[in-house]
Design a protein around this ligand. Structure first.
Ligand SMILES: [Zn+2]
Length: 314
């Protein structure tokens, strides 16, 4: 059997990682270059000259005199962890296909569980915000899906208690190869909700394939063409339909990854766990670039206080 090119691509080896990000200085330089690719720019006045206060690695603007740092105003802001630990966390988070739990981060990085949890949730928040403004386009397989509730022995299927509903959508090429996915928590499967979701996450003019669930008719209200496949023998028969091959495959892999990586997922954080899986899937063609790309996005994500992180979806 031919080897799958995506699965067998060269990742970033631990050795290469250590060569590139093995010291605090290297991590600082990497962040500096990603934050200010054209040289320093004062976040307060826009001036481009500064002097560096070496003790605490602060930049002081030569014009307005205010101090800033490479991590100020970003998701790394006010973290007490050394940059090197953040990079190690980004390495573990991006190079593991199935993700990594806060408990494993705590053990492997030698930091407290709470610090590991904060790091993981901040990085997942970065992934969530990064993908939010990159809509899918072209051909899209879309389905309703649910997280959680499987182990409680409760009702199976749509609307069961304890389940978090989310939209699963897979963008494919014209000849049916999957390119990117979107996994977004929604309040429920109602027309208004689907219309709003499509407006935010799909490019107008895309073709969306769904099953017969009524709310999916709203995709046309968001300017997309709708290809509705009504499956005989109950709604779950869509699992058998070739039109939904990729969305079913992605959902199967997602659930197996979540089951093997996490003991449990609190429903109020489901959006971040889905974003974490989605982020890695959408960038699976270039594993080696994942660390600089995540660091770049992290530097452009505003700080998030622990209190807000904990609230989640509330
Ligand atoms: Zn300034």
């Amino acid at each position: 059997m031919a080897r799958n090119k995506v699965q067998f691509q060269k990742g970033l080896s631990l050795n290469e990682f250590l060569k590139a990000y093995g010291t605090e200085d290297q991590c600082f330089e990497a962040l500096y270059a990603l934050r200010w690719p054209d040289g320093f720019r004062c976040p307060h006045c826009g001036h481009d000259k500064c002097c560096e206060l070496t003790v605490r690695r602060l930049q002081q603007c030569n014009d307005c005199g205010r101090q800033t740092s490479v991590t100020a105003g970003t998701i790394f802001d006010s973290s007490k962890l050394p940059l090197i630990v953040w990079f190690q966390g980004m390495y573990l988070l991006t190079q593991n296909k199935k993700g990594i739990s806060a408990m494993s981060l705590h053990r492997q990085l030698g930091i407290s569980y709470n610090a590991a949890w904060r790091m993981k949730h901040k990085l997942m928040q970065v992934m969530l915000e990064r993908d939010d403004d990159q809509p899918l386009s072209g051909f899209i397989e879309m389905d309703d899906a649910y997280l959680g509730g499987e182990r409680t022995g409760g009702k199976v299927g749509r609307g069961a208690a304890g389940k978090t509903p989310f939209v699963a959508a897979v963008e494919t090429t014209e000849d049916g190869c999957p390119t990117r996915i979107k996994l977004s928590v929604v309040q429920g499967f109602r027309s208004a909700e689907i219309k709003a979701w499509c407006q935010q996450h799909l490019t107008q003019g895309s073709t969306v394939i769904t099953d017969g669930l009524a709310c999916f008719n709203a995709v046309t209200e968001a300017g997309c063409a709708h290809d509705r496949i009504v499956c005989g023998g109950g709604r779950r028969a869509s699992v058998e339909e070739p039109e939904f091959y990729w969305v079913n495959t992605v959902l199967g892999n997602l659930k197996s990854a979540l089951r093997s990586t996490y003991h449990a997922i609190e429903p109020k954080y489901s959006h971040r766990y889905l974003a974490d899986y989605q982020y890695r899937f959408n960038r699976r063609f270039d594993l080696r670039a994942l660390i600089p790309r995540l660091a770049f996005a992290a530097l452009r994500t505003p700080p998030m206080a622990y209190r807000l992180l904990k609230i989640g979806l509330g």
